[in-house]
Design a protein around this ligand. Structure first.
Ligand code: MN
Ligand code: MN
Ligand code: MN
Length: 282
């Protein structure tokens, strides 16, 4: 995989193992049909989707599937997402990390459920848990439960009225420090990638400081090629990748087929002078 621009790559995707809408098998088939050659399923704080694909029959023809995960972390008050790639999913540090994150998610979901009960809205926690299935219930699942109950028109209204930051059922996360998360990924033999740098509500100076701390604590790569990141924003991220000598990653952050702008075909090529995070994978 020498040339960044000839390999179609998607190293950031979600399935029903977290908050995505496609089952792992469906995601794999969709990516195969899109001509993706190198794929990572990076569900939030779990490798269950990856495990499901690997535990069954041999994979049908399609992309090379590498282990992935998207860990939630904190940098001071800022929530940041760190994608881990090509670690050993059976590694103990990774397993313990997944258990710890799942516990945080469950506790938070229970607290959100309590908020709804105190608002006189019963049984939403139970329904969100059912909708989440094997995944830990998160706000998306609560939103779906609310829509189903007829209390709100759509998921967007669920966030506007109840679940969004500062709203009555909003419970902030308490994620582990970024350094901790990077060290889990490294202990598992993987590469830590700073996810969607353009998605944080940070000034240029704050983003630079974040990237610097990420690189200092052992982060090796940053997402550069993503849908809708272009122009000035893209140039700034490319510059940060160069300055802190980070490898560059590509990913759609695909969650659902209705998000046409997150289909794998929407991931642009990496700028040719950056070194791809997959440059030495064979
Ligand atoms: Mn998500
Ligand atoms: Mn994310
Ligand atoms: Mn994601």
């Amino acid at each position: 995989m020498e040339c960044a621009n000839t390999v179609r790559v998607d190293l950031h995707t979600h399935t029903t193992a977290s908050d995505g809408e496609l089952a792992p098998q469906e995601l794999f088939a969709m990516q195969a049909a899109a001509g993706v050659e190198l794929l990572a399923i990076t569900d939030h704080d779990t490798v269950a989707g990856w495990a499901k694909l690997y535990s069954g029959n041999p994979l049908p023809s399609g992309p090379l599937l590498i282990p992935g995960i998207e860990f939630s972390a904190s940098d001071g008050r800022q929530e940041v997402h760190i994608v881990g790639l090509r670690f050993d999913p059976t590694n103990r540090a990774i397993g313990d990390a997944i258990t710890a994150q799942a516990m945080l998610r469950r506790e938070r979901a229970q607290r959100i459920g309590e908020r709804f009960r105190s608002l006189g809205i019963e049984a939403i926690f139970e329904r969100a848990t059912e909708i989440a299935g094997e995944a830990a219930p998160g706000r998306t699942h609560f939103a779906r439960a609310l829509v189903e109950s007829g209390r709100v028109r759509d998921a967007e209204s669920a966030f506007k009225r109840y679940l969004g930051s500062g709203k009555p059922a909003s419970v902030p996360h308490q994620w582990p420090a970024m350094e901790q998360v990077v060290s889990w990924i490294r202990a598992g033999g993987g590469r830590a990638v700073l996810a969607h740098p353009a998605a944080y509500a940070l000034t240029r100076t704050q983003l630079q400081a974040l990237v610097q701390r990420f690189a200092q604590c052992g982060g090796e790569a940053i997402e550069v090629a993503m849908p809708n990141v272009e122009g000035k924003q893209l140039r700034m991220i490319v510059e940060l990748a160069r300055r802190y000598r980070l490898l560059a990653s590509s990913g759609s952050d695909f969650h659902a087929p209705a998000q046409r702008w997150r289909l794998p075909s929407q991931v642009p090529a990496l700028p040719s002078d950056l070194r791809p995070v997959w440059h030495d994978w064979s």
